[in-house]
Design a protein around this ligand. Structure first.
Ligand code: PEP
Ligand code: MG
Length: 559
């Protein structure tokens, strides 16, 4: 048995097979190139090399499994030299002026999709082959291992629920994992406030970051246990550990079931104070968890994940369909959709952003929207149109100044007029802002007069207030999420909102911190938006709290 210690992102216990993520896999970035002819040559050389590999594989397979079994490696060679396939790759390189890797990945995806949608069974089966040959080419282009066994073992194909172990996971990678098949995440690096950690909380699965384990250790396929209660990861657990943790897992399940008895209850304290408990989501697939956990609405839909999941800008129509589905699914319940918060740790290649020294303080979120209004307008049109189908509220991230809000309003007016002129129906959603920069918190009295609501983003507010990069694990000791400066700021923001009669919530991770639920009630916070799995535990505290009694003594811990 091997034991690793990490930081727990989400409690709970997971027991299952380990799957190492990233073995032989490389990220494909879209890179602009000037020398497109050179890129095409690189691609042609890679094809030659891939064909050599396939010839060797064919010979090996011929010896081991005979002619029939080896035939696939001949087919792959033919596919690599297919005229349409080659033409598509070379066209992408020339027309889009991009690197060969991107062109190969893009063509591989397009062709695989095309095959997958065909009627004929045999042709549908070719989708996997075209992916396979594209991965082989990528591997050669990126200077990876040859994949002597035909690439089969290198792919991340999850067919049974597994514990994913990775060096680190980018948010874009995490969103693409099949969540039904993931029991838990364990990463060697990564910080508690990273978006991958947030995603693990959203799915509600045990997860550890910063375990420091080396992926060279042969743990793939072995049995593992993730104990999210104390941040331990066991590889090949001994009998005693296995039965102890299996028992603990059963007890946890029981506790979860008990919490289910709180479903359907109102979030009202012993002395009659109400609070809204909403859910944070990053994806339409999270809706099931929202409903299962009895959320009163969605307080933060991180719409940037729609962008991160794609290779190009999502169209107005694609976005409209997603927002409409969420709005319709939630019926009369409020759905707060945040406009795209791309930038910082959520980089999206096709935005072609300039490289920045300090992306967390760079061109992100609303700053992109205000400098590239064509991107913003597409999203706004989709949101305003979808508002007809439910109770959508729009939320703008990373606000620092009043002028930004006024500029947003001008752009909103423009798109409304456009829609009107085109005879396209649109609604009148509430429009609010995130308070996640110290500047916004300090001038929240002025901002409150401009908007319909505030939602406090404690993740970024903490990083900017304490000058601690939320991605930097080395600073975890300095990243005091309970710092009095943060709590005082929340109190001020809520007061300023209430002075002009608008509501104020918290959608950062601190909102889900059970240690502070009573403090937030005492401050008069109107809404907490948290990972779906946190709603019922918070409801339990709300139901047991007497706010007026608590207030007699409450600020001591943080004032
Ligand atoms: C926040 O900053 O608190 C927040 C909710 O937004 P994100 O974590 O997506 O930056
Ligand atoms: Mg934020």
């Amino acid at each position: 048995m091997k034991v690793y210690k990490g930081k727990s992102v989400f409690g709970g216990i997971a027991i299952g097979k380990i799957q190492v993520y990233g073995r032989g896999e490389k990220q494909v970035k879209r890179v602009k190139v000037e020398d497109t002819k050179g890129e095409v040559l690189r691609y042609r050389e890679a094809t030659k090399e891939a064909i050599e590999q396939l010839k060797a594989l064919y010979e090996k397979a011929l010896q081991e499994v005979g002619k029939e079994g080896a035939a696939i490696f001949e087919i792959h060679q033919i596919m690599l030299e297919d005229g349409d396939y080659q033409e598509s790759i070379e066209n992408i390189i020339h027309i889009q002026e991009v690197n060969a890797e991107y062109a190969v990945a893009q063509t591989g995806d397009n062709f695989a999709q095309m095959f997958a949608s065909m009627e004929d069974d045999y042709m549908r089966g070719r989708a996997a082959d075209v992916k396979d040959i594209s991965e082989r080419l990528l591997s050669v282009l990126q200077g990876g291992e040859s994949g002597l066994l035909g690439g089969e073992e290198e792919k991340m194909s999850v067919r049974e629920p597994v514990i994913i172990v990775a060096d680190d996971l980018a948010p874009s990678e995490t969103v693409q994992l099949d969540k039904d098949m993931v029991l838990s995440f364990v990463t060697a690096h990564g910080s508690l406030n990273s978006h991958t950690a947030i995603l693990a909380r959203t799915i509600g699965i045990p997860a550890l970051v910063g375990t420091g384990l080396s992926l060279d250790e042969a743990i793939d396929g072995k049995m593992g246990i993730v104990d999210g209660t104390d941040g331990t990861f066991y590889v090949e657990p001994d009998e005693e550990t296995l039965s102890r943790l299996e028992k603990a897992r059963q007890e946890e399940l029981l506790k979860k079931e008990l919490l289910q008895t709180l479903k359907g209850k109102e979030n009202v304290t012993l002395d009659g104070q109400n609070i809204l408990l909403y859910a944070n989501i990053g994806n339409i697939k999270d809706l099931a968890a929202v409903l299962q956990n009895d959320a009163g609405g969605i307080g933060l839909f991180r719409s940037e994940f729609i962008y991160l999941e794609r290779d190009d800008f999502p169209t107005e129509e694609e976005q409209f369909k997603i927002y409409r589905t969420v709005a319709e699914t939630m019926g009369k319940k409020r759905v707060v959709i945040r406009t795209l918060d791309i930038g910082a740790d959520k980089q999206c290649g096709y935005f072609n952003m300039e490289k920045e020294e300090n992306p967390a303080m760079g061109c992100r979120a609303i700053r992109i929207c205000l400098t590239r209004p064509e991107i913003f307008k597409t999203q706004l049109r989709a949101l305003f149109r979808a508002s007809v189908f439910g109770k959508i509220a729009i939320m703008y991230p990373m606000i620092t100044s009043v002028w930004e809000v006024r500029k947003i309003k001008e752009i909103v007016e423009e798109i409304k007029q456009e829609l009107q002129a085109q005879g396209i129906a649109y609604g009148e959603p509430e429009q609010g802002i995130m308070i996640e920069t110290p500047a916004a918190a300090i001038i929240s009295d002025q901002l409150a007069k401009e908007v319909d609501f505030f939602s406090i983003g404690t993740n970024d507010l903490t990083q900017y207030l304490l000058a601690v990069d939320r991605q930097n694990t080395a600073l975890d000791d300095f990243c005091d999420t309970h710092h009095p400066a943060i709590l005082r700021m929340i109190e001020t923001v809520v007061e300023n909102a209430h002075k002009v009669g608008i509501w104020a919530g918290i959608c950062g991770e601190l909102g889900a911190d059970l240690e502070f639920t009573r403090d937030f009630l005492a401050m008069g916070v109107d809404e907490l938006s948290v990972s779906p799995g946190r709603i019922l535990p918070i409801r339990k505290i709300v139901l047991e709290t007497d706010v007026s009694a608590y207030k007699k003594d409450w600020r001591k811990s943080w004032k």
